[in-house]
Design a protein. Sequence first.
Length: 363
Amino acid sequence: MSSTERTGLWSTLRERGIVNGEPPPPGEARTPWFVRALAAIGGWIGALFLLGFVGTAFSFLFKNGTGAFVVGALVCAGAIAILRAAPRNDFVRQFGFAVSLAGQALLCFGTSELFGNSTRALGLYLALQQLLLFVLVPDFTHRVWTSWSAGVAASVAMLGPITSAFIPALLTGVFAAVALHELDSVRALRRIRPALYGLALATILSAVFHHETAELFSRPDDAASAPSSWTLWLKSLALTAVLLWTANVLLRHNRIPPRSRTGLLAISGAIALGLLSLQAPGVAPAVAILILGFAHANRVLAGLGLLSLIGYLIYFYYSLHATLLEKSALLAVSGITLLAARFLFRAPAPASTTLSQGDTPHA
């Protein structure tokens, strides 16, 4: 839109009383998406050539953990300088992101050599490292990556005979806390939004594959690595507590009394999802992502929660060691439960029998 058209449109809106004052300054022209995509591809190609040259010239670094750690820290510092120098240049952003990934790989290799076989210590360090990079690098894509990798590293740090069962509840609670904080803090939106996407991906990954991950990192001779029945119940109670807290905060934020019909349905649904996580641990985190995405009017987050829920149900159906009759019965019970919940939500609320003074009924 030209400046003349903008001025004329603003004058028309001001005459009709829709706006007032002078027209706002024109915004920056946005680059077409295909130009940005080509610039991003060029940035990755340039970074790969540079990193290939550096990797060939300094291949000796991969034989020394301390040297790899020092060079990785220097590479990450250079990536931070690149990303801060031109935050709106797509070529520079993608180039800096690729350089940062190379530095993080060197840091991971160096710390793995330093920590040896201590998987928990390595996971804890990597989680702290990624959180530091999340704060230092003000780039959206980079922050999504660092928040996701920090969640995955924290999951690795919690691997153990008992603590592994609480990984989905912990990540779901952290995700819910960050998402609920966004409702009260609009100023921190630039940091919270990428953290939401990264934590959502980490939560889904931990909920779906935490059994396989625990078996991967456990020792074959460790008979106590299999979770006991009371550990599974504690995991379900932890997820139930997270869902109840989330439902309570959302009800309070929307000024809905917990004892109202909507409040009771929300609390009952949270309890049911928490108990369902005893056998299907991926359902509760996916539903939490879906609900919080809907509460934020965030289509990307809500779509991610919906896709993760559908994908996990398909994964759960085919991985469930049960007969086809038992699976059919489970699907039938789930469908009846969802239909009953829809009926309860769509049922009209009972009208008040009394009117306050001065109120008049409307036809």
